[in-house]
Design a protein around this ligand. Structure first.
Ligand code: UDP
Length: 331
């Protein structure tokens, strides 16, 4: 700053990844709730690179500024600290509603808040969409199989705050569609992993990789015969964008059907990290689903989508990410 001339000279100009330049009629204003989170920030990257204008709202409970730090200051990007439980008014063309803690320890930390986030957050976003005629992406997840399966949730169990929150979010979404003609999309997202996951979010992928990198025993809850199917985050982002831009209103499963028992998965990670860590068994959590694997025929037929990242390759990338974070002293 030069006090004589009152001029500010910027010594450093930031460089950004190159974004596409879109003609005005193709350039959309897109709101991403939870856009500083693990999945949200990857979606933001993709939408920014495509040349859209992106507005992120996040309360930073599980999201981190760092996840989108590389876009701060970019003319197409805006980051707002806001909790979706409170109303939010803005003019946008599309809304991806991803705000909600998704790992059991995080969403069970404050179950009331988790239900409020799903229910009030979804009401607020649908209300916004109704006012501005935007499209909405809800973020529901159902236990196994095809979209036609109605699920099986213990309404007073420890997972209910998340599961029932998602279920009522779907009910709300279709009520707004039928009653107020809001243009909705619903993705049912299955277990997803990749860089920018929280190292300490307590989920199986981050726990096992961190334990393997630190040379600790891998903790299997229960007998380890329960199954999960894991998708790499880039596949999910592809699916979300395809769904948003398809003319299809019913729920669509997005997940990788490649199913592992948790014990097999522990072994896969021990191999990928190339360590001699052992496995130890801890008690199974209450209401832990025994099997989960998406039927993705609908996504294949309607969106022409299927996962492209083999689980092993995605795990390799994620291990490298956690390794870099550990070396940099960030975790
Ligand atoms: N799990 C485990 N060890 C861990 C963390 C999780 O065996 O350190 C198990 C957990 O009991 C569940 C599966 O791995 O059966 C997936 O758990 P996660 O918390 O990742 O997500 P969920 O799919 O249950 O929501």
């Amino acid at each position: 700053y030069d006090p004589k001339t009152h001029t500010i000279s910027y010594l450093q100009t930031r460089t950004y990844l190159p974004v596409k330049s879109l003609p005005p009629r193709e350039k959309k204003r897109i709101l991403v709730t939870g856009g500083a989170g693990f999945v949200g920030s990857h979606l933001v990257d993709r939408l920014m690179l495509m040349g859209h204008e992106v507005i992120v709202i996040d309360n930073f409970f599980t999201g981190r500024k760092n996840n989108v730090g590389h876009w701060i200051g970019h003319p197409n990007f805006e980051l707002i600290r806001h909790d979706v439980v409170d109303p939010f008014l803005i003019e946008v063309d599309q809304i991806y509603h991803l705000a909600c803690p998704a790992s059991p320890p995080h969403y069970q930390y404050n179950p009331i808040k988790t239900v409020k986030t799903s229910v009030m957050g979804t009401i607020n976003m649908l209300g916004l969409a109704k006012r501005v005629k935007a499209q909405v992406y809800g973020d529901p997840e159902e236990h196994p199989q095809a979209e036609t399966y109605w699920g099986n949730v213990n309404p007073i169990g420890p997972r209910a705050c998340y599961d029932e929150g998602k279920r009522v979010a779907e009910t709300l979404t279709y009520a707004y569609m039928n009653q107020d003609c809001v243009d909705v999309r619903v993705a049912r997202i299955f277990n997803t992993f990749g860089p920018r996951m929280n190292a300490n979010d307590g989920r199986v992928v981050s726990n096992f990789i961190m334990q393997a990198l630190k040379g600790e025993d891998l903790t299997i809850y229960g007998d380890g015969l329960q199954t999960r199917s894991f998708q790499y985050v880039h596949d999910l982002v592809d699916g979300l964008i395809l769904l948003m831009n398809a003319d299809y209103k019913e729920p669509i499963n997005l997940g990788n059907p490649d199913e592992y028992t948790i014990r097999e998965f522990a072994e896969l990670i021990i191999n990928e990290v190339n360590t001699s860590c052992k496995i130890k068994t801890l008690p199974a959590p209450k209401d832990d689903p025994k099997k989960r694997r998406p039927d993705i025929r609908r996504a294949e037929q309607i969106l022409g989508w299927k996962p492209r990242w083999p689980v092993k390759q995605g795990i390799g990338e994620t291990v490298k990410y956690f390794q870099r974070q550990l070396e940099a002293g960030l975790i």
